[in-house]
Design a protein around this ligand. Structure first.
Ligand code: 5AD
Ligand code: FES
Length: 358
């Protein structure tokens, strides 16, 4: 049963997304996030999907993912690759191995590669040379996702040809951020996001839903933060406890809350790229299609070599670990079709206009 308060809060959230700021938006968002009523959630997803269709087109875009190193110097309490996990199997691909995976992405017709790693401290000049090599061989957008680095490194990679950068804020609440990260502060994360946007990268951010200590108010504030920073992409996935981390006994984030967060992020940020995350595809069934029906519009098939896929264990139960490299690309048509979206192979650059590097 749709409650009157729900309809009112939803209309106010939609108006806020269009630029009509309302005073009670935080409590409206918390109220909307909490709904588990089937009719209400259907209304929320319908609004989110229609905003997605109007702002971004009725399409699902692809980004090919290469996880090139599982070494990590950071100690995020939720992540299986944190430096204190002695059970993690570490690997680093060579430049040639990375280029082989990228050739497969190109052959699949995908025009973006996402180069992701733990905070492996890779030599900045080495990564710059890999970026230059990719650009000389392929007509593709390059997205980096290698964590917190010095501004100079970000600048060097931009100069070398990198187009985009993904760095989730994880939480905009300093206390929660500190509880999730053993030795890092929110301040550093925000500085990195500033540096990246200032250098003219198309920047993606995002959060996990449901890590220990996170409240609905935290999520509501994070969604508002997304709107103030004009991120080009926003990744939102459920927290999944990893057995070799301090959060091993915590419960996972729920699908319901994750989908509501995706839908409200769409409603508030309108024309951002929002992936149906791999974490949502790694639970008891594949919920990526549900995310695509709730306003998401990106999927990132994994092109890491099959020999290393299972070693990139951020959380347990990650999907598609035994599929050969590129096999996931074949599944994408089915996924798009189930969500009623066109499969889109374009670069799909930022829709935020104008791009304003300072
Ligand atoms: N469960 C779900 N998502 C996780 N991430 C890291 N660890 C986990 C986990 N245990 C997410 C973080 C990170 C992204 C690459 O993966 O949000 O930014
Ligand atoms: Fe990965 Fe199907 S989505 S093999």
């Amino acid at each position: 049963m749709m409650r009157k308060e729900f309809t009112t809060a939803l209309s106010r959230a939609i108006a806020h997304g269009k630029g009509d700021a309302t005073a009670n938006i935080l409590s409206d968002l918390s109220f909307l996030l909490a709904s588990e009523d089937a009719e209400e959630c259907a209304a929320l997803y319908r609004e989110a999907s229609s905003i997605r269709d109007a702002e971004c087109g009725r399409r699902m875009v692809l980004r090919g993912l290469v996880e090139f190193s599982s070494y990590c110097g950071n100690d995020c309490r939720y992540c299986g690759l944190n430096r204190e996990n002695k059970n993690a199997d570490r690997y680093r691909l060579t430049a040639d191995e990375i280029l082989e995976s990228i050739a497969l992405i190109d052959a699949a017709g995908i025009r973006t590669v996402v180069l992701q790693s733990g905070e492996d401290g890779c030599d900045a000049a080495w990564l710059a040379s890999v970026i230059r090599e990719i650009k000389s061989r392929h007509d593709m957008a390059i997205t980096l996702s290698v964590g917190e680095r010095k501004r100079e490194d970000y600048a060097l990679w931009k100069e070398a040809g990198a187009d985009r950068y993904l760095l989730r804020v994880e939480s905009t609440d300093p206390t929660l951020y500190a509880a999730l990260h053993k030795s890092r502060a929110l301040e550093t994360r925000l500085r990195c996001l500033d540096d990246l946007q200032g250098l003219g990268y198309q920047v993606g951010s995002g959060i996990m839903v449901g890590p220990p200590g996170q409240t609905l108010d935290h999520i509501a504030r994070d969604i508002l933060f997304f709107t103030t920073r004009d991120f080009d992409m926003l990744g939102i996935g459920p927290f999944i406890p990893h057995p070799d981390t301090p959060f091993r006994d915590a419960s996972a984030g729920t699908v319901a809350l994750t989908l509501n967060t995706v839908a409200l992020t769409r409603i508030l940020t309108r024309n951002s790229w929002i992936p149906a995350t791999t974490a949502l595809g790694s639970l008891d069934r594949d919920y990526r299609v549900d995310a695509l029906r709730a306003g998401a519009n990106v999927v990132m098939p994994n092109f890491s070599p099959v020999s290393v896929k299972k070693k990139y264990a951020i959380y347990p139960g990650k999907r598609c670990l035994t599929e050969n490299t590129g096999a996931c690309a074949g599944c994408m048509g089915r996924l798009a079709q189930s969500a009623g979206l066109e499969l889109d192979y374009s670069r799909a650059d930022s829709l935020k206009n104008p791009l304003t590097p300072s």
